[in-house]
Design a protein around this ligand. Structure first.
Ligand SMILES: C[C@H](O)CC(=O)SCCNC(=O)CCNC(=O)[C@H](O)C(C)(C)COP(=O)(O)OP(=O)(O)OC[C@H]1O[C@@H](n2cnc3c(N)ncnc32)[C@H](O)[C@@H]1OP(=O)(O)O
Length: 707
């Protein structure tokens, strides 16, 4: 039997060689080093045939071009030299494509990422479909890597140094029209004529090397070495402000581009391959790759083994407030499902509709969406003051005020007005699902579906089951959350569920440090440096100090002394300090306030003389260790199903530094034995709340790891 190939050649009568990429046994094309020989033979064949007038690369997969180099292959590298050699092979393969005498065209439909875009950029012309799935980008930075097969050299040439660096530092992907405007593709056509359009280019004269379509200040800056130096410097400053030195890929990307632009392609490619090798061996890249594997694995899970989710045709949303509005929006705009919003007032409904309209209109203004599409999506949203229309909804998502009796009444109302099989999903963040389901006639249909604010931005959804939730309800809710663009984790009912539960001891500890005199901005900076997107005190201001106090009290009541909040909330609440929402918190807000100065009156209110006693590492450790410990408690109690779910929940829900892999992977890295020793010492010094979770103690004794 002949071996199935990834690249197949079909020479058309018009002399165009069409190379179809269709990696056998994979749902999406990814590039492997083993393809080098295959492509090499193809190139020999093409170079030796003077009848060939042009070449087109196209994908044989229905909705995607190439999703990049195979990340498993990168993961299998044992040394930097292994990874460097992968990069060099890719570079050589793409150089040969570029060196073909005849025009070479990439016909792109769907994802064209990483190594896929690097291949496309080695072609002389790029044509892409206007399919919304068509996205072009170099997302290697999200894996702690840089583009390793010529991308750092070819992208700046096509789109300019500034835009090229930005794309590589952020991993930002461009849609068809954006790619056209940026100079990354040469033509955008409907998918139905993609191949024809590409063939036309293949039969035309080979285009001259194009220049990036730069205008204004970019054009001026990029014209001289002096101007470009400003770009490199600014890019590094901006990126590091966010990355805090935690991502080694950043400097390497900028440096590699710089060397290529200033010293030429050869020097640039050499630096690129070496940097790729080095980065592939960093712990940051390792952890980020594990996050990719975990999320891909989770995309396939239904939440209930072997159970098929029910079809969802319509969704009901109770409450048109901030959360309800956001939920209606992701239902209509992302899941493409009609959402019927019930509120007690016209204002509530108008608010929810307006919320969606504003977001959609922004997309129209940015040309990411047609007006007709906006109108169609808006038509799928409707409102009601009673339950009219609810007899047809398959899932109801409740986002009303946090009041147990009210929520129980909602359950009863839905049981009365909707179908017997309609699922009741509550977006409560603090009430036990078991209690919300307590009076239900059909408790099997009741489940928690906890979104994070803002709903359209935050990627996580916690799906909370109570003892009686049926597997069908779980599978259907998981499917709905995925359609809404969320990564769901299924968790067991319990105070704070998972995310808020592990957040609480961390926030409490940060507040304790402030009360002990550590300056507010010092505590925040320590955790931003550790890798969180914002510090805990800033977060408290954002969430609302009153909300924090309320949640803290509930958790203390349900989970015991370990959750005792520091005795400061009362004073803050009495002083009407709610945080950002009433412009009075730990920091100063309002017009005319520049930067983010601490509101020093909070120190006198709390009777504190701020003085830094601990360094950043110590502050971070004191706050993060209780979070890790609590995550272990959650696993031990079956709140989360696996360490993997806990890691993804923490990274996507609270921005736990992704390059550390999540709390469980981070605990493995510290070493469970070392962690237990540290926690015990802190328990002696600072109090019993630091006592290690029994699971950790047991694991330390047995020298086990989470992974
Ligand atoms: C040398 C080079 O510069 C280095 C590189 O190219 S590194 C790789 C850069 N590319 C990336 O990071 C893209 C990674 N992939 C993605 O982001 C997403 O898969 C995607 C946006 C392309 C598609 O998402 P979606 O439609 O939800 O499909 P998804 O389930 O994720 O992927 C489909 C399958 O392709 C696989 N896949 C996608 N990209 C992959 C990759 N780069 N490596 C290995 N497998 C990959 C997934 O594992 C999954 O496999 P399965 O069918 O066995 O489950």
């Amino acid at each position: 039997m002949s071996e199935q190939k990834a690249f197949s050649l079909d020479i058309k009568d018009n002399g165009v060689a069409v190379i179809t990429i269709d990696v056998p046994g994979e749902s999406m094309n990814t590039l492997k080093d083993t393809f080098a020989d295959e492509v090499g033979r193809l190139m020999n064949r093409l170079e030796g045939d003077s009848d060939i007038k042009g070449v087109v690369f196209i994908s044989g997969k229905p909705g995607s071009f190439i999703a990049g180099a195979d990340i498993n292959m990168i993961n299998d590298c044992e040394t930097a030299a292994d990874a460097e050699s992968l990069a060099r092979k890719g570079q050589a393969m793409f150089d040969r494509i570029e060196q073909l005498e005849v025009p070479v065209v990439a016909a792109i439909n769907g994802a064209c990422l990483g190594g896929g875009l690097e291949l496309a950029m080695a072609c002389h012309v790029r044509v892409c479909s206007d399919n919304p799935k068509t996205q072009l980008g170099l997302p290697e930075v999200q894996l702690g890597l840089l583009p390793g097969s010529g991308g750092t050299q070819r992208l700046p040439q096509l789109v300019g140094v500034q835009q090229g660096i930005t794309m590589m530092l952020t991993g930002k992907q461009l849609r068809a029209k954006q790619a056209l405007k940026a100079g990354l593709v040469d033509e955008v056509v409907p998918q139905s004529i993609l191949l024809d359009a590409a063939m036309k280019h293949a039969l035309s004269a080979k285009p001259k090397k194009k220049k990036a379509p730069l205008k204004g200040i970019s054009k001026v800056l990029e014209a001289t070495a002096y101007g470009r130096n400003i770009i490199y410097k600014k890019a590094a400053e901006q990126a590091q402000k966010k990355a805090q030195g935690n991502y080694p890929a950043i400097d390497k990307i900028i440096d590699t581009v710089r060397i290529g632009v200033e010293k030429g392609r050869e020097a640039g490619l050499d630096k690129e391959a070496r940097s790729f090798g080095e980065l592939a061996m960093t712990p940051q890249s390792y952890q980020l790759r594990q996050i990719f594997f975990a999320t891909t694995e989770m995309k396939k899970e239904t939440g209930a083994d072997g159970v098929k989710p029910a079809d969802i045709h319509r969704v009901g949303v109770l409450g048109g407030g901030l959360m309800g509005g956001g939920i209606a929006y992701v239902t209509a705009a992302k899941a493409g499902l009609p959402a019927r919003i019930k509120d007690i007032s016209h204002e509530g409904i108008t608010h929810a509709l307006h919320y969606s309209y504003e977001r959609l209109n922004k997309k129209v203004k940015r040309k990411h969406m047609r007006r007709a599409e906006l109108e169609k999506t808006m038509l799928s949203l409707s409102g009601t003051l009673d339950y009219s229309g609810f007899e047809r909804v398959d899932v109801v998502i409740e986002a009303v005020f946090e009041d147990l009796e009210l929520k129980q009444k909602m359950v009863a109302d839905i049981e009365q007005h909707a179908k017997p099989e309609t699922i009741f999903a509550t977006n409560t963040s603090s009430l036990p699902i078991t209690q919300i389901a307590a009076k239900a006639q059909r408790p099997q249909n009741v489940i928690g579906l906890h979104y994070f604010s803002p709903v359209d931005k935050m990627p996580l959804a916690e799906i909370i089951t109570h003892e009686g939730t049926s597997p069908e309800t779980i599978a259907t809710t998981v499917a709905l959350a995925k359609k809404q663009g969320k990564t769901p984790i299924v968790v067991k009912d319990g105070a704070g569920f998972f995310v808020n539960r592990i957040l609480a001891p961390y926030m409490n500890e940060a507040a304790r440090l402030v009360l002990a005199g550590e300056p507010i901005e010092h505590v925040d900076k320590a955790l931003v440096k550790f890798g969180f997107p914002v510090g805990p005190i800033t977060l408290l201001d954002e969430v609302g100090i009153d909300v924090g106090a309320k949640v803290a009290a509930i958790l203390r009541k349900e989970l015991g002394e370990r959750f005792e909040p520091p005795a400061a909330f009362d004073k803050l609440i009495d002083d009407e300090r709610k945080g950002k929402k009433n412009q009075k918190g730990f920091y100063q807000y309002g017009k005319g306030v520049k930067g983010k100065p601490v509101d020093s009156s909070v120190y006198s209110l709390l009777g504190i003389e701020p003085k830094q006693n601990l360094d950043r590492e110590a502050v971070a450790e004191l706050c993060v260790l209780p979070m890790l410990n609590e995550a272990a408690y959650c696993l031990q109690e079956g709140i989360i199903r696996s360490a993997r779910d806990g890691d993804i929940g923490s990274v996507f829900g609270i921005g736990f530094p992704p390059f550390r892999g999540g709390p469980f992977r981070y605990m493995d890295e510290i070493g469970i034995g070392a962690l237990v020793t540290k926690l015990k010492t802190l328990a002696e010094q600072r109090g019993d709340r630091y006592q290690p979770a029994p699971l950790l103690v047991e694991m330390a004794e047995q020298q086990r790891r989470f992974y």
